[in-house]
Design a binder for this molecule. Structure first.
Ligand code: ZN
Ligand code: ZN
Ligand code: ZN
Ligand code: ZN
Length: 302
């Protein structure tokens, strides 16, 4: 049935990544300077005040470690204009290398001091409350939380839907099943045949386990390049005793001509469709689609 992958501790495996830098896993705490020798009760009170102060310092400093333009945490490179306004690399490009605060050029000078501070910092994953126990480098936290964290919320793949959460399966059943583009035919045999519309960007295949959402993707545009068909799964990474489990699928596409196309590949597990690029797909040329603009796709999962 399912094959265990050798890449233990890889993407999304939840495997431990040793943190570097400061041992507190966050911004260095403020030095304690005003310790008196009060009564026991007073000492506890002072301790509380000190904790509050640390929280305030922490949130203030965290603000200054976010890009002024997109408000996302800085990654490894930080740029500044000659007046000291900081921006991330993506924003320098998006703003066409012009500082939005002072209109001076931005993108040529790096803020090495800030980069150095960031390089030594770690912090807990922000999905700690969902169960993630990883402490990640500050500059890698965004990548972890967006792509690798097993506890990050999923993004609904349906166009225009803003849902983000851990109950994607239920959300799609409740909010999108009636609108088409969803089929729950995937049963225990893990084999299914579906009809795919040429204009549909994907068909959601709801597994009867009540958790796994597979998407039969139908991407690409014009007749010259054809449509590119592939499969992904948006669901919790299948793990068994800390090892990833790979799922393979074979896809056979039949259409209006006396031929079929087939592909065998591994199902990628992703948390969101946005930005995903398939590296294995079938190209279905325009001749394949029948007069009503459909093809028949048979999928077998192993
Ligand atoms: Zn930015
Ligand atoms: Zn500026
Ligand atoms: Zn995480
Ligand atoms: Zn949705």
């Amino acid at each position: 049935m399912q094959k265990r992958s050798a890449k233990k501790g890889g993407k999304g495996s939840g495997g431990p990544k040793k943190d570097m830098g400061c041992s507190s896993g966050s911004v260095p705490k403020k030095a304690r300077t005003t310790r008196k020798s009060p009564t026991k009760c007073g000492a506890e009170h002072e301790e509380e005040e000190e904790e509050m102060e640390i929280v305030n310092v922490f949130s203030h400093e965290m603000d200054s470690l976010e890009c002024d333009i997109c408000f996302l945490p800085f990654e490894s490179r930080v740029y500044s204009c000659k007046n000291g306004h900081a921006a991330c690399a993506a924003c320098c490009i998006n703003m066409e290398r012009e500082c939005p605060s002072c209109r001076e050029p931005i993108g040529d000078f790096r803020c090495r001091a800030t980069e150095k501070i960031l390089a030594g910092m770690t912090r807990p994953c922000r999905f700690k409350k969902h169960g993630c126990t990883e402490t990640v480098r500050y500059t890698e936290a965004r990548a972890h939380e967006e792509d690798a964290c097993r506890f990050a919320p999923y993004r609904c793949p349906f166009d225009g839907c803003a849902y983000r959460g851990l109950m994607l399966y239920d959300h799609i059943q409740d909010d999108h099943a009636a609108g088409g583009g969803v089929t729950s035919a995937m049963g225990l045999l893990r084999r299914m045949t579906v009809t795919l519309q040429k204009a549909a960007p994907f068909l959601a295949l709801m597994h009867r386990d009540g958790e796994s959402v597979f998407l039969l993707l139908n991407r690409g545009g014009d007749d010259l390049t054809g449509r590119r068909l592939s499969v992904i799964c948006i669901c919790p990474y299948p793990l068994e005793e800390d090892e990833e489990i790979e799922t393979e699928y074979t896809m056979v596409v039949k259409g209006d001509v006396a031929a079929s196309l087939s592909l065998t590949a591994t199902v990628p597990f992703v948390r969101r469709l946005q930005g995903y690029k398939a590296n294995a797909f079938i190209i279905v040329p325009k001749e394949f689609w029948d007069s009503s603009g459909t093809v028949t796709v048979t999928l077998q999962f192993s």
